[in-house]
Design a protein around this ligand. Structure first.
Ligand code: CA
Length: 387
């Protein structure tokens, strides 16, 4: 089997109102999908992290840099291809967009391997560690409304009503406002719901510790990206100062080489690799090996279309409990509940995450079809593609 083409597909739609986090507001939804075609008719699907205008820069890397390296190669030589491409990119970008682009290709190659062998991705990764995973409802993004705490309170209640037993909110507006928002979310969600707060690296260690003390008092489960991803010592300071509140991070870190620092320096309680950025399924496995050797649990970061949600459903089922036990910590599936058309409609057959969450106490199961087990709904794709 040989690779005959590699193509990017960028989808975009306008949002009714801008959504924000600690670094920016955005008013368009973007998804960067990728197809790897082969001479025996199999087509692998991937997704590349990097929203908005970054998707167009990543598309140039996919089509102008990676495509010529891939045409004619055996798509099942996944590990060999990864290593060769990484070596060639190394001098020009060990982190960021080149690795995001490589991630999308790698995901598509695993999809092809699954189709070629008739096995679902979770099986290729070693099998299902559990029959279903707990999904957590991502929401509570910044909006331009007069009463943001009131809006967060309502949204938290709505996420719980959808059936989610865990939810994540944005913070990063300064200590006073963050704690008002966190209190509103706690009140809206109720006491039994597991809550996470995500600062998207908006704080210094000193500020993060102050805010973390407030989150801990409200019974939050984890504090995500409190400080800059480059500040490994800052992570350690925050973690040491906040016993009782888990520190999570890793979405802005790349490959096993970057993750090595977060893991070996014990910067985080929970590592969050983004499979569509950090190097793909292949690299995710290497990062998992490193994390397990240091006893650090992995909960995948997810922010993308249903293609990426499908990949992460497989990953979340295949991940081991770390360290392991009958009543153990379990990985969760991150599920974005904020407005996007690229969920529920993008695939020929919906993943029905929301339906499953509602019916199954907040839990979701992965299907048994080969590879990622998905096909694109082409009418939908043609309607929203902008390339
Ligand atoms: Ca995050």
């Amino acid at each position: 089997m040989k690779i005959t083409d590699v193509r990017s597909i960028i989808l975009q739609h306008d949002l009714e109102e801008p959504l924000g986090y600690s670094q920016m507001y955005f008013s368009k939804r973007t998804a960067h999908l990728l197809q790897v075609e082969t001479d025996d008719g199999l087509t692998g699907i991937g997704e590349v992290f990097g929203a908005g205008t970054l998707a167009f820069a990543n598309r140039a890397i996919v089509e102008r840099v990676l495509r010529p390296l891939l045409i004619g190669r055996n798509p099942l030589d996944i590990g060999v291809i990864w290593h060769e491409v990484y070596n060639l990119l190394r001098d020009h970008g060990q982190k960021g967009m080149p690795i995001q682009a490589l991630s999308g290709v790698d995901i598509a190659l695993w999809d092809i391997l699954g189709q070629a062998t008739g096995l679902p991705l979770y099986q290729l990764l070693g099998g299902k560690a559990r029959d279903s995973v707990l999904a957590y409802g991502y929401g509570m993004m910044f909006r331009n409304v007069a009463d943001l705490p009131g809006a967060f309170h309502e949204e938290a209640a709505r996420i719980v009503e959808m059936g989610f037993r865990a939810a994540k909110m944005k913070i990063g507006m300064g200590r006073a406002m963050d704690l008002r928002l966190a209190e509103a979310v706690r009140n809206g969600a109720g006491d039994g719901v597991r809550l996470m707060a995500d600062a998207n690296h908006a704080y210094t260690p000193g500020e993060a510790i102050q805010i973390g003390l407030g989150l801990r008092e409200l019974g939050f489960y984890w504090f995500e990206e409190p400080v800059m991803p480059e500040d490994y010592e800052g992570y350690r300071e925050v973690r040491a100062a906040l016993p009782g509140l888990l520190i999570a991070g890793g979405e802005a870190e790349y490959t096993r080489y970057g993750m090595r620092e977060l893991i070996t320096r014990r910067c985080v309680d929970i590592l969050q690799p983004e499979v569509a950025a950090t190097g793909g399924v292949s690299e995710f496995g290497k990062i998992l090996a490193l994390a397990s050797a240091f006893g650090t649990p992995v909960v995948p970061h997810v922010w993308g279309s249903d293609v990426l949600i499908a990949v992460n459903l497989h990953l979340a089922h295949a991940l081991p409990d770390i360290p392991g036990g009958l009543f153990q910590f379990e990985p969760m599936l991150e599920y974005d509940t904020t407005p996007s058309l690229f969920r529920e409609h993008l695939l020929a057959e919906s993943l029905d995450v929301r339906g499953q969450v509602k019916r199954n106490g907040g839990r979701v199961s992965v299907g048994d079809k080969p590879g990622l087990g998905i096909a694109l709904n082409w009418d939908f794709v043609e309607k929203y593609r902008v390339d």
